[in-house]
Design a protein around this ligand. Structure first.
Ligand code: IDP
Ligand code: MG
Length: 137
């Protein structure tokens, strides 16, 4: 079923010059990028985007990390793209994310309180619609 998902390239991905490599993988898989922008995240956007994680030990480090530099936000479309992009991204922890995935190939642990793992991808249709409105209005 045709879906859309929100992809964020986090500040570590932008700073390391991996924007092109990450978007290349999305397009090579066959998905279509329909919106694309580079921006500095605002605190209220991040509070809304990460509300499910409020109160967790990594919450404030995560917000501070997401404010540390520009991010690239994209809307990506295709059948089953929500699950498909999360499969391309790999598991949350870049140390053990499978080789072949974005996080597994390009990410590592940097010894800080938040896992810098290069990308975000929505986890359900409801999250995708909510997150696309946060980042694209
Ligand atoms: P996801 O990005 O794979 O969906 P979530 O559980 O939604 O993972 O967590 C959001 C983000 O918070 C992760 O991508 C990662 O940057 C960070 N994070 C999640 N769990 C931990 C943790 O246990 N320690 C440090 N950072 C974490
Ligand atoms: Mg998540």
């Amino acid at each position: 079923m045709t879906e859309r998902t929100l992809v964020l390239i986090k500040p570590d991905g932008v700073e390391r010059g991996l924007t092109g490599e990450i978007l290349r993988r999305v397009e090579a898989k066959g998905y279509v990028i329909t919106r694309l922008t580079k921006l500095d995240a605002a605190p209220d956007q991040l509070a809304a985007h990460y509300s499910e994680h409020e109160g967790k030990p990594f919450y404030q480090p995560l917000v501070d990390f997401m404010l540390s530099g520009p991010v690239v936000a994209a809307v990506v479309e295709g059948d089953e793209v929500i699950k498909g992009f999360r499969s391309l991204a790999g598991q949350t922890d870049p140390t053990t994310a499978a080789p072949g995935t974005i996080r597994g190939d390009l990410g590592r642990d940097w010894g800080v309180k938040v896992q810098k793992n290069l990308v975000h991808g929505s986890d359900s249709v409801e999250s995708a619609e909510r997150e696309i409105s946060i980042w694209f209005g």
